[in-house]
Structure formats: C-alpha cells, structure tokens
Write a protein of this length. Structure first.
Length: 633
C-alpha cells in the first residue's frame, strides 16, 4: 500500500500508473489519487446532510480532503489545517475535541466497462478501529479491529453506468486505548517515546480497492515448507475455495511455482454456498518435493531467497480467480531448552541482533518506499531481527521488506502487561486469527508473542496459543521478557564495561545472564542539523521544557537523559552549546550501542543468543531509543 502523505506529487503520478496496471489484473485501487478523491468530516457536523451525502449531486462544503490510506488527524495536517506536529510542542497544543470523535469518509467511483468477471468486490485492508460501510446509501457491513479485512460482494449494489457513492463511518477507539480498545495502535494514546495523537490514529489506514472474480473465490492460501535436508524440501499448499452461488460448481485448481517452473493441477467441486479446504502436497504431487531448494536465510547467514506461487481456479475455459503468493523455503526452530531461547534457521544457530519498532511512524505516515529504506538500513547495520512491538506495524510492505532483506520478525499481538483485557475479547480473537492468516506466508516471521512484559490474561493466552498452532504452527511465546528470555532493560546508558558483566545488565522480568534480551537501550541524541529541524531557535540551549516534549527529560525517564548528559560531561568535557553537545553525543551514542552488542558477542553461546535493542526505529523526532533519527541520519 502507498501513503500519499510522504511524497504527494511523486506518488500521485505513480497512482495514475498503478490504477491502469491494477485494472488489467482485475484490481482497481480506491486509494486517494487524482482520480479518487476522498473527503472526511465529523459525524456530528454533517447534520441534515446525513441523507443528502449519499446522492451523486452532493457538494461536500464542510469536508476536508482525506488521505487514504491515512488517519483523520493526518489528513487535517496534510490539508494545512494544523501546524506541523513534528515541530516544537505543536502536537501538544492541538484542540483534541476536534478529532476525538467519529468521522465520515466519502468518495465517488465508477466501475470501468471492462472491469467484470461476474462478481464485484469492495475490499478494505484495514480501518482503525471500527467502521460502518455504506454504498449508494445502503448499509453493507462493518469492520471491527485494525487488521480485520472488509470484503463485500457489491455485484448487485454497484452501478456499472453511473457514479457510485461510498461512505464509511469510522469510530474513535475507546479509552483506555491499551488494552481496552485492542486491537488498535496502543501507543497512539502516548508513551514515553511518542506523544498522544489527536484522534488516536483513527481512520482508513490501509488500502481500499475493487476486485472481480468468477463464481469460485480463492481465500487465504497457505504455503508451507519442510526442509528435510540441505538438498530436499517439500512444499504443501492449502487454500479455501468459496462457492458464491447456490449451485455446485466444478473446475480446475492449478498453480505454478517459480523459480523452477513447477506446475500442478487438481479437479475440484465445491457445493452450493460452501467453502472447501483443498490441500496439495508431495503425497499426490511428487513435483512438490524440490531438489536443491534455494533456502531463505537471515541477513548475514546467506541469501534471503524467495519463491512465488501463482494459483488460479478455472471453470471450463474461464478463469474464476487468481492469486500470487510470495514465500520462502526454510527450516525454523525456536529452542527454549536450558531456559534460554535460541533461534535456528536451516539447522544453524542464529545470533539474533536487531531492534524494536514501537510504531512505524507516530501518525502512520509511511509509504512502501519508506519501509524499504528503513528495513534496508537494518540490513546495512548487520541486524537480522525486528520486534514488531505490540503488533503496531500492520502494513504488508513491512513484512515484504523483511522477507527481501533477510530480517527476521518477532511479531507481537496487541497486549500490554498493565492493560487488562480488551473490551471485546471476541473481536480481539477474530483479529488475531486474521493477522495470522494474512501474514503466515512470510518466511521472515520467526515467532508470535502474546503480550508485552506480561502474560495475556485468561482466556486470551490459551486462545492465542491455539490460534498459532491451528493456523500457522510457528513458536508461540506468552511473555516478551520471561520464560527463557533474559528480561527487559535497562534503557539507560551504562558504563561500557557493564555490558560485559553478568551482574550489571540487569534482568528485570527474566532469567539471569545475557541470554535472549528482548529490550535494552539508551537515550540517543540527534545531530545538530536534525535537532534544529524540530526545536525552535530560542529553545536550543540549555536543556529546557521543549526538549522534554521530544522525550529528553522526565517524559522519558527510563532513558536516563540526566545520566546521559553526565556521561557526556565526564567523558568529553562540559559542552559549550548545543552544537558541541550534539557533536559529543554522537561519540556517546556509538560508544554505548557498540558496547551492548560487543557484550553479547563476547558471551556468544555462553548463554548469549540474541539482543534486540530498545529501539532501532524512531516514530517521532526525539532524542531517545533509536539507531537513526526521524530524518534518517
């Protein structure tokens, strides 16, 4: 998916090309573009327009142009109706009452004349947090939770000759946002590394598109690999076939795997209005036993080779549906023997080195190109793992980039230890299943984790464990910092020698020793060029309340900013001003971060198996917990 907030002019041109190409593939993007214009307005401001808005001649006077994918607040920022929230303390000055309420989204679209294969579908890849969907004034369904896909059969509802009116009522996530509103972006209400976001990042935050199929639809294909030796792997393909009609239908399910041009086909019949699960493996198709497979490896251990499988279902000579799935062949083991977690890929121990992502960006303004760059930066830092903290990164482009660059993903669900149960545990569980099904073909995912620094409360822990076992099969770990893990923290700078000491690193919540550490970090001050981009000239020096708005002060106490400053004074001399402070901070940044990784390397396999620092990826212009800053320095 592509967010229009990052590079509006380049992406607008790109979208024109994308719409043309997608239409040829029976997918038509309804994301914001020059040809698809979304508007939004608070529900309570619409008043008498609540009926008129469903007509084609409606003129939206009180509305604001919306970025889709994007958020309500982000759309107002992009429209110039709010001051730059990155700068100074602007985001703290926003009148939250303007955004902490429900909003209508509205757009118009036409269906191309040649855009039909029998069934027309309206698709949503993600809405935060709940939505009611209307087409041409008719309610067609709801979406509940941030990864729940909305797929609506609009074959008989959409006009093929006139403009169609699509309206979506998006509901504000309810407080407490963590964990009460889960599944949502839990840190949107503020954390010790990003501010609270007006509107709590509500909006249509993922792709919207039309698609067409025939009578039989391919659903949730799942490709698994079993590497029996370095020279042989077995592929198994499992998919659902949904019959959308009231009569039995028959056809051929076929596929081709590349590289290798491995083809297979199977006759299938599906009963009326039924969904059939079909499995194709090497028991009936020996060609799915692959000789000399190109294995997927984590960064630093080999190439992250990828395969593709093109599946299609054909009735007679008519293609009903087609999907292409990217996947990797690799053997994965997560060993917790000896109370120390060890990751093995293709039989080899992997020293896990990487960082936590708290959010991709505090207002969800991340394009596919942004993901590619950020994950590539992790590869270039010789990292091989990212923890998707509290499941706060939901875009397909993130997982795709991790697949490409050999970055393993430790993937969390949306729970924090201090948050209690979600308000609706059934919606939470449905989203957990949906998340697994949407992402399970990615070879980069190494394990699933139930909760941040705690156990999911009953019944969720048992549900999540069963979900992972049933719909995926990878390792499930209840708690992010215990049970074979060596805890969380510290998050403040230590003397370099402390990282080589068994006693000093601390073991809050976990076992003693180095082991696998899921969080460990320090304040990381930016350079002077970046600092001046978000701090006003009269607040540059000395340290003041404006620094604290960007998390160098009491707002980020766990990062130890005062200790950080004292280390600069004692090591490099008292700074003469902000330029000198920023210059000296770069020395402390590398000294501390270098020592963390060297301390673990020095004890590698003498119980040290991995370190995931807190954090590698900044969500907001700040001075804590990052390996590059908000501006990519």
């Amino acid at each position: 998916m592509t967010r229009l907030l990052s590079l509006p002019f380049v992406l607008a041109a790109f979208m024109l090309l994308s719409i043309s190409l997608l239409a040829q593939q029976n997918i038509l993007s309804l994301n914001s573009s020059p040809s698809v214009r979304w508007m939004l307005a608070p529900q309570e401001d619409i008043g008498n327009d609540s009926v008129a808005m469903f007509s084609g001649g409606y003129t939206p006077v009180k509305w604001t142009y919306a970025a889709v994918p994007g958020t309500v607040f982000g759309s107002f920022v992009a429209a110039g109706k709010e001051n730059d929230p990155n700068y100074a303390d602007n985001i703290y000055r926003v009148d939250r009452s303007k955004y902490d309420r429900d909003f209508w989204y509205r757009t118009e679209f036409t269906v191309p004349n040649d855009f039909s294969r029998g069934r027309l579908w309206l698709n949503f890849s993600g809405v935060n947090r709940d939505a009611d969907v209307f087409l041409n004034g008719r309610f067609i369904g709801t979406i509940r939770g941030i990864v729940q896909r909305g797929r609506f059969d609009i074959t008989r509802l959409a006009s093929g000759t006139s403009v169609n009116i699509l309206a979506v009522l998006v509901h504000l996530p309810q407080q407490p946002i963590s964990n009460g509103a889960s599944p949502t972006y839990g840190s949107s209400g503020g954390w010790d590394w990003m501010p609270s976001v007006p509107g709590l990042n509500m909006g249509i935050q993922d792709d919207v598109f039309l698609s067409t199929t025939g009578n039989i639809v391919i659903q949730d294909p799942w490709i698994r690999s079993d590497v029996s030796s370095a020279s042989t792997a077995q592929i198994a393909i499992r998919t659902e076939l949904k019959n959308t009609t009231s009569v039995e239908r028959s056809g051929i399910l076929s596929g081709t795997i590349q590289p290798g041009s491995i083809s297979f086909s199977l006759p299938v019949s599906v009963g009326p209005n039924d969904t059939k699960i079909v499995t194709i493996d090497n028991d009936g198709f020996p060609e799915l036993s692959i000789k000399e497979p190109k294995l997927w490896w984590p960064n630093g251990y080999g190439s992250p080779n990828l395969y593709s499988c093109s599946l299609k279902f054909t009735e007679g000579t008519t293609e009903s549906d087609r999907q292409t799935i990217s996947f990797g062949i690799r053997k994965l083991e997560v060993d917790t023997s000896g109370n120390v977690m060890t990751i093995r890929v293709n039989g080899r121990k992997i020293f896990a080195k990487g960082g936590n992502w708290g959010m991709p960006e505090y207002m969800l303004r991340v394009s596919d190109a942004d993901y590619d760059l950020r994950v590539k930066l992790h590869k270039d830092m010789n990292f091989n793992i990212i923890r998707n903290w509290m499941g706060s990164t939901t875009d397909d482009a993130f997982y795709e980039a991790c697949d490409r660059y050999g970055i393993m993903v430790w993937d969390d669900f949306w729970l924090n230890s201090s948050g209690g149960l979600p308000r609706d545990i059934n919606v939470f569980n449905a989203n957990a299943v949906e998340k697994i099904k949407r992402t399970r073909n990615h070879p980069s995912i190494i394990l699933w984790c139930g909760a941040n620094e705690g156990e999911p409360l009953p019944p969720l822990d048992d549900w999540l464990r069963a979900n992972v076992k049933t719909f995926d099969g990878r390792h499930y770990h209840s708690n992010s910092h215990s049970n074979s893990l060596s805890g969380s923290g510290p998050w403040t700078p230590l003397e370099p020698s402390d990282y080589f000491s068994k006693a000093a690193p601390g073991n809050w919540g976990g076992t003693s020793g180095w082991g696998m550490r899921s969080e460990m970090g320090t304040a990381v001050f930016v350079n002077t060029e970046s600092f001046r981009k978000f701090i006003p000239a009269d607040k540059l020096w000395p340290q003041n309340e404006m620094w604290d708005k960007h998390f160098f002060g009491n707002s980020a106490m766990y990062a130890g900013p005062e200790r950080y400053s004292s280390f600069i004074n004692s090591r490099y001399g008292i700074p003469s001003g902000i330029d000198d402070f920023c210059r000296k901070s770069q020395l402390l940044n590398i000294e501390t971060n270098k020592a963390m990784f060297e301390g673990w390397s020095d004890n590698l396999w003498n119980d040290a198996t991995g370190i995931i620092i807190w954090m590698s990826q900044p969500a907001y212009p700040s001075m804590v917990w990052q390996t590059y800053d908000y501006y990519y320095d």
